[in-house]
Write a protein that binds this ligand. Structure first.
Ligand SMILES: C[S@@+](CC[C@H](N)C(=O)[O-])C[C@H]1O[C@@H](n2cnc3c(N)ncnc32)[C@H](O)[C@@H]1O
Length: 207
């Protein structure tokens, strides 16, 4: 397990990274990639959407171009402070501090659950994916963006030491174990040679 697949360490990491997050993030996860992933969802303005690991609100902002309201959840108070600084507390985003592995929402609360760039920090990704499925209505959608496993051995060793990087086979296992029966993977990249994202768009089974 990578050093940052630990909730307390990840919180400390984001205490410092939150200061520069919006400046460094675009090198690996930019607006074009985000908007391409959002386009997979076919959102309607009145859809109930949850953004898990919303961070400073980069994806939240993109989601708000399509829907009237978003719920944003993150375990880092420092990341949430930045997000609240952008959207305020009376705006279209309802923020809450919480853990992806124990979502503080009732079953079937959302039409769409989105999470970008957060799964790699979750110590028990299958537990969190199960949570995403639980709070999404039957027939709804769950979209997870994570880091694709690098091809070169030297980067593989580094990746494994830091956090969860995974390939399509591993994603298949995780989504299957979390109770999904239908999904598709899309590999995304900001430019040739830069780190790739694995974006999985899953349907929540109808009852
Ligand atoms: C790379 S940032 C992604 C932020 C945003 N989603 C984006 O697309 O730019 C990862 C975020 O996941 C959050 N995070 C990590 N582990 C979490 C957990 N167990 N529950 C909730 N949030 C978590 C971190 O605090 C951080 O803000």
């Amino acid at each position: 397990m990578g050093v940052l697949e630990d909730k307390s360490r990840a919180r400390t990491f984001y205490k410092y990274l939150s200061k520069v997050y919006d400046r460094v993030n675009p090198f690996i996860w930019n607006e074009e990639m985000r908007d391409e992933a959002i386009g997979l969802l076919g959102l309607e303005p009145d859809d109930d959407v949850l953004d898990v690991g919303c961070g400073t609100g980069f994806a939240t902002e993109g989601l708000l171009e399509h829907v009237d309201q978003v719920h944003g959840l993150d375990q880092s108070e420092h990341q949430l402070e930045r997000a609240v600084g952008k959207f305020g507390t009376d705006g279209p985003v309802e923020f809450c501090r919480g853990d992806a592995e124990r979502l503080p929402f009732d079953d079937d609360s959302f039409d769409v659950v989105w999470s970008s760039g957060s799964i790699e920090y979750w110590p028990n990704p299958v537990v969190a994916l199960r949570e995403c499925r639980r709070v999404t209505r039957p027939g709804g959608q769950v979209l997870i963006v994570g880091p694709d496993y690098p091809n070169q051995t030297v980067f593989q060793k580094l990746a494994d030491a830091i956090m969860l990087f995974y390939d399509e086979e591993e994603a298949d296992r995780m989504f299957h174990e979390a109770g999904f029966d239908s999904w598709r993977h899309h590999i995304q990249q900001s430019r040739p040679g830069s780190p790739r994202a694995i974006t999985t768009h899953a349907q929540v089974p109808e009852n």
